[in-house]
Structures are given as C-alpha cells and as structure tokens.
Design a protein around this ligand. Structure first.
Ligand code: NAP
Length: 259
C-alpha cells in the first residue's frame, strides 16, 4: 500500500534501537526523510547509516537526551519543522509502589509525559499552519491495563494519554492527528531487561523466562519491531486522517478486554 507520505519530514525520538528504530525503518520505507535521535552517538550513527543505505532517504542523527530541555533544543534546532513526530523515550524502572519518592515521579513524568508534550508544543503549530501533520506517541499497554511493578510508567503514560485525548481534538481541524500506539511485549533490549530479573528471581534461564511470558500472549510470541513500525507508519499515513486521539493496542491479544 502506498502510504502517501513520500518526501515528508519525520522526527523519531529515541530511535537508535527497539520500537523507535522499527518506526524509523517503516517511515523510511514509506519514503520519509528522517531525523533520528538517541543518547548514544555510535549506535545512533550506525542505525542512521543502515536506514540511509537500505532506503536511500536523508537521515540526520542527533545524539541528545530527549527528556531534557537541552537535549530537546538540540534535536529541534536540527529539525526546524516536521510533518511527522514520533515521541518515544526509555521507560521508567520497575519497583514497588512504596519505593518511589517525589524525584522518581518527576523523572518519570519528565521522560514519559512532559517531554512528548514539549515536542508536540514545539512542532504541532508548524504542522497546523501547513495544514497537515501526524503525531504518534509510543506509550504502553499499561495505559489500558496496569502493570503493577511499572507504577511509574502507569502513572506518567496515563497522564500523557489524558493530555492527548483533549489536545488531539483541538488540533484535528487543522489537518493534524495525534494518536498513541500502545506496545505490549516486543522483542527489544527493554523486554530483555525486564526478563532478566524474573529469570534471576525464579532461578530459570532467560529463554525460560521468555517462554513463560510468551505463553501469556495469545499470539504465543513477542511482537517484532517490523510489526510495530508498520502500524506506526500507517498512523502517520494519508489513510489515517480520520483517526484522532485513539489508543491503538499492539499486544498480540495479551490485554484481556472486550474493548
Ligand atoms: P529499547 O530497545 O531499550 O530502546 C530504547 C531506545 O531509546 C534506544 O535507541 C535508546 O538509545 C533510546 N533512548 C532511551 N532513553 C532515551 C533518552 N532519554 N533520550 C533519547 N533517546 C533515548 O526500548 P524499547 O523496547 O524500544 O522501548 C521503547 C519505549 O516503549 C519505552 O518507553 C518502553 O518502556 C516502552 N515499551 C516497550 C515495550 C516492549 O516490550 N519493548 C512494551 C511496552 C512499553 P540510548 O540508550 O542510546 O539513548
């Protein structure tokens, strides 16, 4: 399917690996020119070069921490204006509800709520002026169904979801859509980082921990970066112009809910 976004300029935050990289690959395959971002320069440059050589699109890479004012300013100075924004950042650490203090909450809110809001505020006005734009926020299945040990994530991402619910309706009349993409378990470093402590606690191998978690997913496996990126690219496409303020769950059926 032609997504109708060839030549559009897309910014993908936190995209040297994992889900962000999957989105960057899919948008490049659709013909978008990219600005990619992550903190680690070497991995980011390698990811950007892979996409340039595979898809022949222009890719600028900005090594910066997207959760800080300085990092966002660095990214935005290279971006200038953009047609497509994919918001992403690392997720907060797991823990117990009584462990987290104010600073932990502020860090989670900065990373997973206030940073995407700042990027939206910086780039959506230009999209509205030009009459076309797409924003996809990578959140989590924890917005639909809480993951108890990820209380910081549950809290911060739900806050972003509330902001998007109202804001998306305020900007839709200018041709800009904002939607959230909710990953369930996907085969990334992050998923492995969460499997590690389980394996250690239960005295099993990483493979066994993964097999146990896969068995809780109706599809019977973790999602792939390609599957995730393809849905993101569709949300950024011409075809998704009537989809506004939605929370698209991509979890292999893991969240047991009728709606
Ligand atoms: P990942 O494989 O660990 O990749 C994270 C990417 O983001 C890397 O490129 C990393 O590069 C970059 N990054 C992290 N923190 C950053 C920052 N502060 N500024 C700029 N770049 C940053 O993680 P993932 O699995 O793709 O997860 C992406 C998001 O989806 C996370 O918020 C995660 O909690 C959420 N999520 C993931 C899953 C899953 O199953 N994978 C499920 C639900 C939710 P650097 O480290 O070099 O910066």
């Amino acid at each position: 399917m032609d997504l109708g976004i060839k030549g559009k300029r897309a910014v993908i935050c936190a995209s040297s690996k994992g889900l962000g990289f999957g989105c960057a690959q899919a948008l490049a395959a659709a013909g978008c020119d990219l600005v990619m971002n992550a903190r680690g320069q070497e991995t980011l440059e390698a990811a950007a070069e892979k996409i340039r050589s595979e898809h022949g699109v222009s890719v600028e890479a900005v090594a910066a921490d997207i959760t800080t004012d300085v990092g966002r300013a660095d990214v935005l100075s290279v971006v200038g204006s953009a047609d497509i924004l994919v918001n992403n950042a690392g997720g907060p650490p797991p823990g117990m509800w009584h462990d987290w203090d104010r600073d932990d909450f502020i860090a989670a809110l900065d990373a997973n709520m206030l940073s995407p809001i700042a990027m939206i505020k910086a780039l959506v006005p230009g999209m509205m002026e030009r009459g076309w734009g797409r924003v996809v926020n990578i959140t989590s299945q924890s917005v639909k169904a809480p993951i108890p040990q990820l209380g910081l994530s549950n809290a911060a991402r739900t806050g972003l979801t509330g902001y998007v619910a109202g804001t998306s309706r305020q900007v839709a009349g200018s041709g800009v859509t904002i939607n959230n993409l909710l990953p369930g378990i996907h085969a990334t470093d992050r998923a492995q980082a969460l499997d590690g402590p389980v394996a250690e606690r239960e005295g099993i191998t990483l493979e066994e921990a993964r097999a146990r978690r896969s068995a809780t997913i109706p599809v019977g496996r973790y999602g792939t970066l390609e599957e995730f990126g393809s849905v993101c690219a569709f949300l950024c496409s011409q075809h998704a112009g009537f989809m506004v303020g939605q929370n698209i769950l991509l979890d292999g059926g893991a969240t047991n809910a009728t709606i």
